[in-house]
Every structure is written in C-alpha cells, then in structure tokens.
Design a protein around this ligand. Structure first.
Ligand code: SAM
Length: 330
C-alpha cells in the first residue's frame, strides 16, 4: 500500500518529534522566553509511538526521522530507536540533533538502528555559536560529530541555517570543515515558522546567493546528484575530488513543495500535514479514545488526502505565526 496525496505525491517519510524540550535556544527557532510546558502524559508513550509507526509502515512509510526539540533529551531514546527500526517496512531511521549529547549516545543509537545523522551547526566560531544557540557549547558538538564519524555512522550531514550578517561569512569554512571530515553539508534558507522565524526572514539569503558563494569557493566543482525517492526537497551536489556532498534547501526562494514526501508527528501526537500550514489531526486522541488500527489507518488516509498543495511562506506568513519550530521538529 502507498500513501499518495491529491497532488500525486507519495508520502513515504515521517518526521517524528520525540520531545519538545531542547537544551539549545536557537534565536530563529524559538522565542527567547518560550518555555516548554509538556507533562509526561501529554506526549506519546513508547507503545503509542510503536503502534502509530506500525500503521504508517503498513501505509508505505519506510523512513522515520527522530527529531525534536532535542531528541537526545527524550528518556528512552535508544529504546525508541530500537522499537522503530525493528518495524517491518521501516528501513531508514536517521536522527536530527544539535549533537550536544551525541558523543554519549552515538554508539548505542547506531547499534539500535540509527543509521545516519544530521547535525545542526550554524557557526564554527565558539562565541558566535554560543550566541546563535543562546548558550550552546561548540566543543561538545564537535565531540559529537567526531564520535559519529568514529563509530561509522554514514552519511553524516551538517545542517547550516544561513543568515545574512549572522553567519553568511562562514559558508566557505563550513565547506572546508565538511570536506576535511569527509562528511556532507547542507545549507538551509531561513523559514518563517513562528514569530522568531518570521523575524529571521530579515536575514534571509536565497539559494541563488548561497550557490554563488559555494561555486566561487569550490571553483565550480559541483556535480548535480539526482534525488532518490525519499530524499525530498534538497538540491544536492557531489563536490568533485572529495568524499563530500553539498545540498541546499530552498524553502522560500524556490517553492519546494512539488517534491514534498513527508508528514510530521509531534511529541504530543499531532499529525502535521504541512510545515507551513496550520492543519493537523490528533493521533494521540484517536489512540486514547480506543479507535482500532483500521479506523486510525482511515483517519491517516483521510488526512493525507487533505495535505495542502504548498506552504504559503511567501504570502500568508501569519498563518503559521503561532508555531514554534522547536515544537514541530524542523
Ligand atoms: N534539535 C534538533 C536539531 O538541532 O537538529 C532537531 C530539531 S531542530 C527544530 C531541526 C532543524 O530545524 C534544525 O536544523 C534547525 O536549524 C532548523 N530550524 C529551526 N528553525 C528554523 C527556521 N526558522 N528556518 C530554517 N530552519 C530552522
């Protein structure tokens, strides 16, 4: 069975937020005074996560990314990884993390099904990194990256949100860093999610401008890579003569929604159909009200049928001004 939406897009990828808590407070991701109010009973239990992923797997989802908040703060994260990676049909369980705790968890996660990792790192300058993350420690993140390399996670990708006059002078050093460590790098345009995301649009840099800098630095050594079915919206390039790739997610300057292959499930069990639209349904309520697997399957099919054609970042930013990225999982 496959999940195909009204616009003929196959949905084979679920981003699963396992915690709304984060140990970093990136200024473009959450309000400075944002407090995570989340009781244990508010979030999906291990059993509920397993049940929902089993249903998604029966519907053709094969990739489940663990995200957050910061997923490594979720108690039992290794157990969650193990449960998910053993589900029939799930063959890809990547992790998105700020890597502050990755040195501690990488090995156990890798042994329990997490095959690869995306690490968010917006600066290689300690003071700047600390300012962007409002308290983050770059040296811990580098330790996490090195541990992931050492134990053989592959691919390892660093994700950089590029912002004018904040870190746009580091595109070159990020490329050098990735090439030296034989890992991949991906540059992300700022997205107007939540009031801080909308504010961060003032520092927005387009894919076109990012590419100009990359090509200049690498002497035009980029070879386009054809996207695989579960790859989604990044434009990826092999960097000739290296073991690294570079990608760009042009969320705003290029409408990336035609290739959208994903939905999101929050830690509280809300199924979000589009990052840039408010609509969501509660799978937690469905489970807790005793619906059968078949009834939940039909709820999901019905929801996918209502997946919007595209985000409205460029037109109706107010639409999503109440969301905080930290609650959605990126
Ligand atoms: N804590 C994990 C991490 O740091 O990767 C997972 C959650 S975080 C919300 C996921 C991704 O969303 C990060 O790469 C972060 O940089 C990105 N993100 C958050 N707010 C964003 C925004 N307004 N525009 C673009 N990317 C954003």
């Amino acid at each position: 069975m496959k999940l195909i939406d009204k616009f003929n897009r196959e949905i084979n990828y679920l981003r699963l937020s396992v915690s709304e808590h984060c140990n970093y407070r990136c200024f473009y991701c959450r309000d400075g005074d944002h407090i995570t109010k989340c009781k244990r009973e508010d979030i999906l239990s291990y059993e509920e996560i397993e049940k929902i992923i089993q249903i998604f797997a029966q519907l053709g989802v094969s990739k489940v990314r663990l995200t957050g908040g910061e997923p490594l703060l979720r108690r039992g994260i290794v157990k969650i990884a193990k449960l998910i990676s053993r589900i029939d049909g799930i063959n890809d369980v990547p992790l998105s993390t700020n890597a502050h705790l990755l040195a501690k968890f990488a090995k156990k996660l890798h042994q329990n099904g997490v095959n690869r990792v995306n690490i968010s790192i917006d600066s290689l300058i300690p003071k700047r990194f600390n300012e962007i993350t409002r308290g983050g420690d770059l040296s811990e993140v580098i330790k996490g990256i090195d541990m992931a390399i050492q134990i053989g996670m592959k691919p390892i990708k660093i994700n950089v949100v590029v912002m004018r006059d904040v870190n746009d002078d580091e595109i070159e050093s990020m490329l050098d860093f990735a090439i030296a460590k034989n890992i991949d790098v991906r540059f992300i345009e700022t997205m107007p999610i939540g009031s801080v995301g909308i504010k961060a649009l003032e520092q927005h840099i387009s894919e076109k401008d990012i590419l100009i800098k990359i090509n200049k630095h690498l002497d035009n050594k980029l070879i386009p890579i054809n996207a695989r079915q579960t790859d989604g919206p990044a434009h990826n390039f092999k960097i000739q003569g290296t073991n690294s790739t570079v990608g760009i997610i042009a969320a705003v300057s290029q409408h990336f929604c035609q290739t959208c292959n994903r939905v999101r499930l929050t830690a509280k069990g809300d199924l979000i159909l589009c990052l840039g639209q408010e609509n969501a349904i509660s799978l937690k309520d469905a489970l807790r009200s005793g619906l059968t697997d078949d009834e939940i399957k039909h709820m999901i099919l019905d929801a996918i049928n209502k997946k919007p054609e595209k985000h409205e970042f460029n037109t109706v930013v107010d639409n999503i001004s109440n969301r905080q990225m930290v609650e959605i999982g990126g």
